[in-house]
Design a protein around this ligand. Sequence first.
Ligand SMILES: Nc1ncnc2c1ncn2[C@@H]1O[C@H](COP(=O)(O)OP(=O)(O)OP(=O)(O)O)[C@@H](O)[C@H]1O
Length: 254
Amino acid sequence: MTNPNVVLHVADVHKRFGGLHALADIDLQVEEGQTHAIIGPNGAGKSTLLNVIIGKLAPTSGTVVFDGAILTGRKPFEINQLGIARVFQTPEIFSDLSVLHNVMIPALAKRDGAFKLNMLRALDSETGIRAEAQDMLEDVGMTSSRDMAAGSLSRGDKRRMELAMCLIQHPRLLLLDEPTAGMSRHDTNTTIELLKKIKSRGMTKVIIEHDMHVVFSLADKISVLAQGRIIADGTPDQVRGNPKVQEAYLGGTH
Ligand SMILES: Nc1ncnc2c1ncn2[C@@H]1O[C@H](COP(=O)(O)OP(=O)(O)OP(=O)(O)O)[C@@H](O)[C@H]1O
């Protein structure tokens, strides 16, 4: 039976790269308001799965349904417009522009349907979006960096800025690809607190993460991928106690 709380359903998805079966038989159901972590060893298929969800890769077979709409076959910007935003492993930012302007651009692009070069000229006249971008920067604790060139930020601050760039789009589903990669323990803990704050507002999140401290601090549900298949699925306690997971992942080098 279909669970009415499921907002994202990856149904029977396969992805082949030539002879490599990178995703096999993937069935993933993400419930509204939950933080769903996808973990697994290197090469398990996590990024491939995320890329299938956001429309960057077409599955070989199977479908992805978000909030009743079939995503399969749609372009990444169309999927973004339906309410899915992604925080990348490597932030995509405009290095020469200020932090504030970087946060304004996704809001303008969403409003106008696509990014246009003349947006850069119009940035200062967009007072409403400017005020909202300032609020987002306050949320991620970056008000004092507002006028700095984005390229001069530390790695941790770039990632926090990118989170503000996603939040300003008011996504229904936020996809996070290793949000704390390369961060110090202090920045990691700040990011965990920030993501908990977002969760308390009811935003649904799918998170790929290698750091088990982050996963177990944030996740309501965990799906474990190994060699392209989901080998376990459940609450953190269920997954932690699953011998298959311990063998494939937790007991390994991670
Ligand atoms: N575009 C591609 N063409 C061919 N093979 C690919 C492509 N993208 C990924 N693969 C292969 O698919 C498998 C899954 O890769 P993927 O990057 O999804 O794993 P991952 O779980 O995200 O790994 P990591 O934790 O190292 O980022 C790997 O064997 C990888 O080499």
